[in-house]
Design a protein around this ligand. Structure first.
Ligand code: HEM
Length: 407
């Protein structure tokens, strides 16, 4: 076993993954954590899988930079994809990052999020009604995907009849972040940024002419900026609206999809949650830990550091493996066990430090409402066919999960 694991760790290359890895990456992450937690990949970058190492990297923004201007230039050239990613707050360092983050956090206020609850419940219940009529359904297409896109559409107050292209734009832009990029993925991502920008320009112009209620409408709030006069430039505003939609879309779809699949695979935990609905909060945290929808983060080392006895010079790219850290036994007792009541559960699904997810309160609310109402309505749901995985390493989730309301 140990020599197999050693071998698995030794062979690991993020650019040459096996079909088995996509189905279940956790044995590989475990082998890496145990044998090569600071793993040098053939392309010269490092891959980190230990919880403490990820926390160190997330908290040290001086040595571990998020700024991707240099790194993305050879990948994207002087394209709109390049402009988009390098203007998104997630790919910037302080002080540029601090300013944009403050404005976005201000707009995603607890009040704006609390205001969403009523619409969210109505949306989820409407989807559940439609599923009840069908009997057989796709957990992803008929449920999980429909929620986040509507929520962010509501947050930015995008008119309902203009929402249709948002999902495909978002998937195309995120698809272009995969470690290995095909020319088709690049072309799709680039034209998605172009179309999305063109759409947002018209939306912002309309909103400037007729502002919404800044307590509820995040776009109006971002346009108006802070009371002290701090504002986003037009370019920052447009690209960060695209980013908000992308950041909150597939990740939350996958939280809901992965969560309901995990419950199906762990019937005792499913029963426990049905019997004790108050466990929904810890259950959502466990779903985030156990099948983190965002499995990988990236940083560039800009000041020489040492991790796990390995010296890494400035200019070394590192991948932070959230999926590995979230199953590190040094942090989580019995980490391969799915426990809906797990406490404490300081997982890194939302990262930590300066870039910690700005939408985590919203994601938690969406996950809790979607999953608790689904379970209350269809306690006997069961998978009814082979789920189809998304086939991506960074964003872990399903494209389709055929299901039935009665198992
Ligand atoms: C389950 C759902 C979600 C997961 C797992 C998730 C995960 C993450 C992670 C890991 C990061 C840190 C990236 C890094 O620094 O490397 C992040 C950042 C971010 N997320 Fe989320 N996210 C989720 C939902 C959302 C939602 C719903 C929104 C907003 C509508 C959102 C907005 C953001 C923003 C704005 C950032 C950038 C923060 C910064 O750089 O300061 N996320 N998210």
């Amino acid at each position: 076993m140990t020599s197999d694991a050693r071998e698995l760790a030794a062979r690991f290359d993020l650019e040459r993954l096996t079909p088995e890895f996509y189905v279940n990456p956790y044995p590989t992450y475990r082998a890496l954590r145990d044998h090569e937690p600071v793993k040098r990949l053939p392309n010269g970058s490092y891959f980190l899988t230990r919880y403490d190492d990820l926390v160190t990297a997330y908290k040290n923004t001086k040595a571990f930079s998020s700024d991707k201007k240099k790194e993305f230039l050879p990948k994207y050239g002087a394209s709109l994809l390049y402009e988009h990613h390098t203007t998104s707050l997630v790919f910037n360092d302080p002080p540029a990052h601090t300013r944009v983050r403050r404005l976005i956090m201000g707009a995603l206020s607890p009040r704006a999020i609390a205001e969403m609850e009523g619409d969210l419940i109505a949306l989820v219940d409407g989807l559940l009604d439609a599923i009840a009529e069908k009997g057989r359904f796709d957990l992803i297409g008929d449920f999980a995907t429909a929620i986040p896109i509507e929520v962010i559409g509501n947050l930015l107050d995008v008119p309902h009849d203009e929402r249709e292209p948002l999902r495909d734009w978002s998937l195309a832009i995120l698809g272009a972040l995969e470690p290995v990029l095909t020319p088709e993925q690049f072309a799709r991502g680039n034209s998605a940024v172009q179309d999305f920008l063109a759409y947002l320009e018209t939306l912002v112009a309309r909103r400037r002419a007729k502002p919404g209620n800044p307590e509820r409408d995040v776009l109006t709030r971002l346009i108006q900026g802070e009371a002290d006069g701090e504002r986003l430039s037009e370019k920052e505003l447009l690209h960060n609206c695209i980013f908000l939609l992308n950041a909150g879309h597939e990740t939350t779809t996958n939280l809901i999809g992965n969560g309901l699949v995990a419950l199906d695979h762990h019937p005792m935990e499913k029963e426990r949650l049905i019997e004790q609905p108050a466990l929904i909060k810890t259950a959502i945290e466990e779903m985030l830990r156990f099948e983190s929808s965002n499995q990988l983060g990236n940083r560039m080392i800009v000041e020489a550091v040492e991790l796990g006895g390995i010296a890494m010079p400035a200019g070394t790219p590192v991948t932070l493996c959230i999926g590995g850290a979230n199953r590190d036994p040094a942090q989580f007792p019995d980490p391969e066990n799915f426990d809906v009541g797990r406490t404490p559960n300081r997982h890194l699904a939302f990262a930590t430090g300066a870039h910690q997810c700005a939408g985590m309160a919203l994601a938690r609310l969406e996950g809790a409402i979607a999953i608790s109402r689904f379970l209350a309505r269809f306690p006997h749901y069961a998978l009814a066919g082979e789920p189809i995985r998304g086939g991506r390493v960074r964003f872990r989730g399903f494209l389709s999960v055929p299901s039935a309301i009665e198992g």
